[in-house]
Design a binder for this molecule. Structure first.
Ligand SMILES: Nc1ncnc2c1ncn2[C@@H]1O[C@H](COP(=O)(O)OP(=O)(O)OP(=O)(O)O)[C@@H](O)[C@H]1O
Ligand SMILES: [Mg+2]
Length: 250
């Protein structure tokens, strides 16, 4: 059974149709890479999945449970519960500047009373170990490099054990030499069987880590398939043009 199933999501802002009917599904442990040019609707799609945006039409299913149908009005409580299915990592880390690394990771499970203080601390330390930051538990965000901050953000997103992890260009705010360490962590999560959706401009990464590659153009899925299909043998002219451009640029 699919962990995530998205059916016919549509979203407009005023007269701008941003998502024009997006459907896909993801099996447990699969990694979906979303590629596409600026303004094609990638962030809007992730925001709809995370209930930061309300789609006009469409259904979102997680583990066989319907979280949203169309634009039905959900209570704040329902929205909060729905969000727990997804872990979100943004481009700009968005750590809490006033808390140290350990507290950044522990805060949400603490607020939701997910265990005793000792259990939560153990779990947070284990997650920080997983992203290679055992040495930085007491540091504050301003004392960390961008790559380290992003790895804290990943540990924080994992803290509530979401069914699906969503990344929105997790490396695009980083200097090139820091990109690798973040991509390595994401690669490691795949080996640990996490289900992930990653919006990325890193074509080599998408090619080597993704199980499914989705190319979005003008609010629709222009092409979707395995990396071999989409990168190796693209069918649509738009995909071909985009990949040629990406090849020249990166
Ligand atoms: N809150 C909003 N209000 C109005 N228009 C919006 C809003 N959010 C997004 N848009 C518009 O929706 C379109 C898609 O934006 P989106 O951020 O999803 O693109 P993207 O594929 O993530 O682009 P990028 O690669 O630059 O991040 C753009 O034309 C954008 O201006
Ligand atoms: Mg975006």
């Amino acid at each position: 059974m699919a962990v995530l199933e998205v059916k016919n999501i549509r979203k407009s802002f005023g007269k701008t149709n941003v998502l024009k009917g997006v459907s896909f599904s993801l099996e447990k442990g699969q990694v979906l890479a979303i590629i596409g040019s600026s303004g094609s609707g990638k962030t809007t799609l992730l925001r709809c999945l995370n209930f930061l945006e309300t789609p006009d039409v469409g259904e979102i299913w997680v583990d066989g449970k319907l979280l949203r149908s169309g634009s039905e009005k959900l209570s704040e409580q329902q929205v909060r519960e729905n969000r727990l299915h997804f872990g979100l990592v943004f481009q700009n880390f968005n750590l809490f500047p006033q808390y140290n690394v350990l507290k950044n990771v522990m805060l949400a499970p603490q607020l939701l009373k997910k265990g005793t203080a000792k259990e939560l601390e153990e779990r947070a330390k284990q997650l920080l170990d997983q992203v290679g930051l055992s040495e930085k538990l007491d540091s504050y965000p301003y004392q960390l490099s961008g790559g380290q901050q992003q790895r804290v953000a990943i540990a924080r997103a994992l803290a509530l054990s979401p069914q699906v992890l969503c990344f929105d260009e997790p490396t695009s705010a980083l200097d090139p030499e820091l990109t690798g360490e973040v991509l390595r962590v994401i690669r490691g999560l795949k080996n640990a069987d996490s289900t992930m959706t990653v919006v990325t401009h890193e074509m080599e990464f998408a090619r080597s880590v993704a199980d499914v590659v989705m190319y979005m153009a003008d609010g629709v899925i222009e092409e979707i398939g395995t990396p071999e299909q989409v990168f190796g043998n693209p069918q649509s002219e738009k995909t071909k043009a985009f990949l040629r451009g990406a090849h020249e640029k990166f």
